[in-house]
Each structure stands twice: as structure tokens, then as C-alpha cells.
Design a protein around this ligand. Structure first.
Ligand SMILES: NC(=O)c1ccc[n+]([C@@H]2O[C@H](COP(=O)([O-])OP(=O)(O)OC[C@H]3O[C@@H](n4cnc5c(N)ncnc54)[C@H](O)[C@@H]3O)[C@@H](O)[C@H]2O)c1
Length: 433
């Protein structure tokens, strides 16, 4: 079976490779991608999947080649937001929808080629959009040869391949899902076979959820923002615990057992705010939609405001310790999640901006505020840990920090509660007793 992939970026290329690893032939087109990058370590299992795919991903030079070769064409182009809506700077007053120009161009190009080749095909859009977008921006471009399914992926950067091959569910929005469904049946055939054998055919290991396009659009962003809400809640509990005699891990530890009413315990640990290239921006975009729709209450804004206020409160603690001991400040870990080199949407970057704003002069900032992350090209270029005492804010829960030498006389503000005690260093574990 052969499918097309338009857009071979952070989502499209790993997904195309995962499909090919399961035996599909994938013909891909991206004007900026003509092969695999040298370094594939940014995605777990990427290099292994490329091997398993055995050359079944073909990099084409035109959209026409993709349309010629495939009857189902996945579209994974970017739907970007302005940098000020990424969540690494204070939340602006204004809100905005995503930019759909790339999506429009990609769909129009496929529809145009289908028309030229008089070929009927199905486009399966996996990019993230707000509800109503497909009808407004995309459907008018389809023409008479192309039908459309909205089929977003519920995956996280760094684990794209694993998440795609072992999804919680597959979401298909729109009529005429048959061809796309057949592709997924092929991809998950082995899982389904095993499950059928052990459950007598009553259960499928990978559930399919069929719905309308607008429902699917909302489900995608609702999934992401629910995670932001869970973290806002967990971090509110962390602050309550820090200011009372409660311990946040004890409290969330109990809540996580309530898996009948409160769903899973994932994303229910106190720490820094939600981060990454999808969640904060989706929250901000839904807050834009809340204003457009004149919702009675903008819960999405509330989640973002908790994220910012909670980060600001941690910065207050850091700042107070820096004043008390006359120490400079270092953010330990600027990636948005452990073991990642990615800083997009990182709450640690937001913390750095909020701390920056506390200084009177920029010359002071250069001397008294820095960041260190062994996984990233730190956005201010620091590649070595400080040797002088600092107030450290652990901005990312990288696994190596508990083992790291810290200069005597330092103070550590640890929202993850995993840094051990050490000689001559004050460790403040947020929300712990
Ligand atoms: N990266 C993720 O983990 C992830 C997860 C879930 C959803 N998403 C969503 O998926 C979409 C893509 O995200 P991404 O992170 O892969 O973006 P990206 O910027 O890394 O990749 C997009 C790619 O599409 C290409 N492109 C743009 N216009 C094109 C066209 N007309 N024809 C062919 N190729 C074209 C670009 O050159 C780029 O390489 C976004 O809507 C994003 O919100 C991403």
C-alpha cells in the first residue's frame, strides 16, 4: 500500500518513517527536505525506524509525483503562531488564531495536481487547527477530485514514533474515511490480530474514533489544553502545599489512584508549567477562540494565567533568596522536558524573562542572571555549569542534575523535589514537607 506525505518536518518525517517501518510505501514532498538529516537523535527510535523502513520513504521533488503515486495524501505542514504566543514570554493582551497560509497552499497544490491528473484522492490533514478552520479555509480549495478527512496526531515531540505506533486512539473526522481507515488498519494490523486472538474479536487494541471534522478539530486542541489545565491544577496544589503543612507528592499520589473518576495520573505532578511547541500555543489560540465566541468564561486564559503567575511566584522565591544572600541566579535546565534539547514553549524560558524584568539595568542581567542546560544550545550560550555560588532554579527535570556538583553557598529552588541534600547548599523543595 502506498501513501503520500506533504510536509516532512518535525511531525511529518517521523510519522512517514513510522508508516514505512510498518510496511507502507511513503512518497513524501517538502520543498526544504530532500532526505534524512544526519542527526536523528531528536526522536526516540528514529534511527531504528529508518532501518526497519528499508528505503520505503521516497523523497519527491514535486507535489505532482506524490499525487501520481498515492490515493491517500497526508498533510503535515506547519500552522504556526507568532513568537509572542509561544508561552516563553509574558502573556500579551491580544490573542490570535494560527496562521493557515501553509495549510491552504499545500491543500491547493494537491487539489490542483489531482485536477491536472484527473485523479480522485483523499487528503488526510494531520496539522493542528482550531474548530471551524477546515470548513472556512480548506474545503473551498478541494475541487471535484479531492475529499478530506481531518486526522490529527496525538503525539509528543521526542516520542513521535512511539506515540504514532502505539496510540491511545485514532481520530478520524469527516465523511469518506474509508481509504484513510484502510491505511491505519494496515499500520496496526499486527496489534489488531493479537488482540482479536486474545479477546475473541470483541476488542481492538487501537480504538478508532469517527466523528465530524469540527468535532475532530476541537478534540485535538482540547486534548492538548486539558494537559495544560491538569498541570495548572497540580501546580496550584504545589503552591498551596508550600504555604501549608501539606506535601504535594502525597496529595497528588492519592489523586492518581482515583483512576475511575479523575482519569490518569499523567501530568499531575507539581513542577514548572506546561511547555513545548503545542500546548501553551494551543491554549492561547483557544483563548482567542473564547473571545471570538464570547464564551461566558475563558478557562483557557485562566490556565495560561496560572502558568504565568505560578512561574512568577517561583521567581519571587528565587529573587528573595538572591537578595538575602547577595547571589547571582542560574536557571538549571531550559529545555521544555527532561532529556530534550528543545526549548520551544519552555516554562524555564518564561521564568528567565520574568526574572530578567526584575533587574534595573541590562548590565546587571549579564552579570547576575544565567542559564545552564547540558542538553540544549542554551539560548544565551552558556555551555558550562557555574563554579561560583548561585541561587539555582531547576527549570527542567533533567536526570543528571541530582548528581551534579553545586558550588558551596548556593541555594536550590527545586519545583520537582528530586534534588538531594548536599553539604553547604540550601535545597528548597517546593510543596514538600
Ligand atoms: N511536531 C510535533 O510533535 C507535532 C505534534 C502534534 C501536532 N503537530 C502539528 O503538526 C503540524 C506540523 O508541525 P511540525 O512541528 O512538523 O512543523 P514543522 O515546521 O517542523 O514542519 C512543517 C514542514 O512542512 C513543510 N511545508 C510547508 N508548506 C509545504 C508545502 N506547501 N508543501 C510541502 N511541504 C510544506 C515545511 O517546509 C516544513 O518542513 C502543525 O500544525 C503542528 O501543530 C506537531
Amino acid at each position: 500500500m502506498r501513501v503520500g506525505m506533504i510536509g516532512l518536518g518535525k511531525l511529518g518525517l517521523p510519522v512517514a518513517t513510522a508508516m514505512a517501518a510498518r510496511g507502507l510505501e511513503v512518497v513524501g514532498f517538502d520543498p526544504h527536505v530532500s532526505g534524512y538529516p544526519d542527526d536523528l537523535s531528536y526522536e526516540d527510535g528514529f534511527a531504528e525506524s529508518v532501518d526497519t523502513a528499508e528505503g520505503r520513504v521516497r523523497f519527491c521533488e514535486t507535489v505532482g509525483q506524490v499525487v501520481d503515486a498515492a490515493k491517500v495524501v497526508f498533510v503535515a505542514v506547519q500552522t504556526p503562531h507568532e513568537p509572542r504566543f509561544e508561552g516563553v514570554t509574558p502573556l500579551p493582551e491580544e490573542r490570535a488564531d494560527f496562521d493557515y497560509s501553509y495549510l491552504r497552499d499545500a491543500v491547493a497544490a494537491v487539489a490542483h495536481e489531482a485536477e491536472l491528473q484527473r485523479k480522485h484522492l483523499t487528503i488526510s490533514v494531520i496539522s493542528t487547527v482550531l474548530p471551524g478552520t477546515t470548513k472556512r479555509e480548506v474545503e473551498p480549495l478541494l475541487g471535484e477530485y479531492v475529499s478530506l478527512v481531518y486526522n490529527p496526531s496525538f503525539i509528543a515531540m521526542g516520542t513521535t514514533i512511539r506515540d504514532f505506533l502505539d496510540p491511545e486512539f485514532v481520530l478520524l473526522g469527516g465523511d469518506g474515511q474509508g481509504k484513510v481507515r484502510a491505511v491505519y488498519d494496515f499500520i496496526y494490523a499486527d496489534q489488531q490480530k493479537v488482540t482479536r486472538r486474545y479477546t475473541g474479536g470483541h476488542l481492538h487494541m487501537v480504538p478508532f474514533y469517527d466523528t465530524t471534522v469540527p468535532n475532530a478539530e476541537l478534540i485535538k486542541v482540547a486534548y492538548n489544553t486539558f494537559i495544560g489545565l491538569k498541570l495548572a491544577f497540580a501546580n496550584t496544589l504545589m503552591e498551596v502545599c508550600h504555604k501549608t503543612d501539606c506535601d504535594v507528592d502525597e496529595v497528588t499520589g492519592a489523586l492518581k489512584l482515583a483512576d475511575r473518576r479523575l482519569i490518569s495520573g499523567a501530568y499531575l505532578d507539581g513542577g514548572m508549567g506546561d511547555g513545548g511547541g503545542c500546548h501553551p500555543r494551543d491554549n492561547i489560540a483557544l483563548s482567542w477562540l473564547a473571545r471570538e465566541l464570547d464564551l461566558s468564561y475563558d478557562l483557557f486564559e485562566a490556565a495560561m494565567e496560572q502558568r504565568q503567575a505560578g512561574t512568577d511566584w517561583l521567581c519571587d522565591l528565587v529573587w528573595a533568596k538572591a537578595q538575602e544572600h547577595d547571589l547571582p541566579i542560574c536557571i538549571l535546565g531550559t529545555a521544555y522536558k527532561p532529556n530534550s534539547h528543545i526549548e520551544t514553549g519552555s516554562p524555564a524560558r518564561l521564568a528567565k524573562v520574568l526574572l530578567y524584568e526584575r533587574f534595573d539595568h541590562i548590565t546587571e542581567v549579564a552579570k547576575r542572571l544565567r542559564a545552564y542546560d547540558p542538553h540544549t544550545e542554551d539560548f544565551q550560550g552558556s555551555r558550562t555549569p557555574p563554579v561560583e555560588p548561585h541561587v539555582f532554579l531547576v527549570g527542567c527535570r533533567h536526570p543528571e542534575f541530582p548528581e551534579m556538583e553545586l558550588p558551596e553557598g548556593s541555594v536550590v529552588i527545586d519545583p520537582w523535589r528530586y534534588m538531594p541534600d548536599r553539604e553547604g547548599v540550601e535545597v528548597i523543595r517546593i510543596g514538600a514537607q
